[in-house]
Design a protein around this ligand. Structure first.
Ligand SMILES: Nc1ncnc2c1ncn2[C@@H]1O[C@H](COP(=O)(O)OP(=O)(O)O)[C@@H](O)[C@H]1O
Ligand SMILES: [Mg+2]
Length: 361
């Protein structure tokens, strides 16, 4: 194996386009996925996540572009030649077959080997005694675990999951999140999971692929996507965010209302001073106790909403006009400072936490 071979990604998508009639669902999507990665496709309903997964699977071939598995061009190969297991949102088990038969479905082994393999898989997904049962005798979560076992049975190189948890109730979902991650850790299988649930993606993925309207907006670790959103769309879709209208004064300096702020974001280097910008800041990054100085505002608390571990405050800051700043304040802080609506306080918008985007025109 030469160096180039060793470095080849497990899966490469090269300029994938997918049209349905006159509608373009994927507008040139390129992505490299490394062997063993856990990838989430994250985005709102209708953005093309399922379409992309089906292109990878060969279930719904692309209209343009190429799909590579290692060094193999699989763009025109049928699903059976692409070495993956797949799980859909709906359980999709054969209702008239036992769990044992469902899991064994794709296997071509002798009877004894098949029995052993099914046993191994059912143990792996935590359902060692489910073999003789029928799908209808299992809960939704149990059926998805059987579907996982079935997908993994032939030892595929790639595991594709299309919203596998979204039909389940919250408790089961949390449990299965952990179980799928643990399974991934033990098997090391390259996994792509589609989800519209940002929390699911943030907690499970090695890297998140944020999609919007047929394009990739950002690829990054959960921390990167959360801390350094590449676009206002990502900033808005993942987590809560303040969007404050401002004007670029100089590199690293913006004007918000009557105030001049320092900002750490350097991704606006080619925007001219005077450009309209949107300044983004997470509510939890608003600081209350910082001692005066740069980037500090006087504000009045308009409302304070109790959300358990923290309070979400709506702040009207002096000199910011109609803009409001949302700040998440810890329950301890609110108690220690006896904060309540109507109270005045000084808040700091930390320089290194401000991200600046050119305003949409
Ligand atoms: N078979 C199809 N025929 C026509 N349009 C489709 C078809 N499949 C998907 N689409 C459209 O493509 C877009 C992306 O769909 P999909 O990939 O299912 O989105 P997601 O999984 O992100 O919710 C949607 O606008 C959807 O209506
Ligand atoms: Mg979908």
């Amino acid at each position: 194996m030469n160096a180039e071979t060793a470095a080849a990604p497990h899966l490469r998508l090269d300029s994938i386009v997918k049209t349905f009639g006159s509608f373009t669902a994927l507008k040139g999507v390129s992505l490299d996925i490394r062997r063993g990665e856990f990838i989430c496709f994250l985005g709102p309903s209708g953005c093309g996540k399922t379409t992309l997964l089906r292109v990878i699977a060969g279930l719904d071939p692309q209209s343009g572009g190429m799909v590579w598995l290692g060094n193999r061009d699989v763009s025109r190969l049928p699903p059976s030649a692409r070495d993956y297991g797949i799980v859909f949102q709906s359980y999709a088990l054969f209702p008239n077959l036992t769990v044992q038969k469902n899991v064994a479905y794709g296997l071509k082994l002798g009877r004894a080997a098949e029995r052993a393999r099914v046993e191994e898989l059912l143990a792996l997904v935590g359902l060692p005694d489910a073999g003789p049962k029928y799908p209808a005798q299992l809960s939704g979560g149990q059926q998805q675990r059987v579907a996982l076992a079935r997908a993994l049975a032939p030892s595929p190189g790639l595991l594709l999951l299309d919203e596998p948890l979204s039909a389940l109730d919250a408790r089961v979902r949390l449990h299965l999140r952990r179980q799928i991650r643990e399974l991934h850790r033990r098997l090391g299988i390259t996994t792509i999971m589609v989800t519209h649930d940002q929390e699911e993606a943030l907690t499970m993925a090695d890297r998140i692929v944020v999609m919007n309207d047929g394009v990739i907006e950002q690829v990054g670790t959960p921390d990167e996507v959360y801390r350094q959103p590449a676009s206002p769309f990502v900033a808005d879709f993942v987590g809560a965010m303040n969007f404050l209208p401002g004007v670029l004064e100089a590199p690293g300096q913006v004007r918000l209302g009557v105030h001049r702020f320092e900002c750490g974001g350097d991704h606006l280097s080619d925007a001219a001073p005077g450009a309209a910008v949107t300044v983004c800041l997470r509510p939890e990054d608003v600081q209350v106790r910082a001692a005066g100085g740069a980037n500090t505002l006087e504000a009045v608390i308009e409302s304070l909403e109790f959300l358990g571990p923290f309070h979400r405050a709506r702040l009207a800051a002096d000199g910011l006009g109609d803009a409001r700043v949302t700040a998440d304040l810890s329950a301890n802080l609110v108690r220690d400072l006896s904060l309540a609506s109507g109270r005045r306080l000084a808040v700091t918008l930390p320089r290194e936490r401000l991200r600046v985007f050119e305003a949409a025109r």
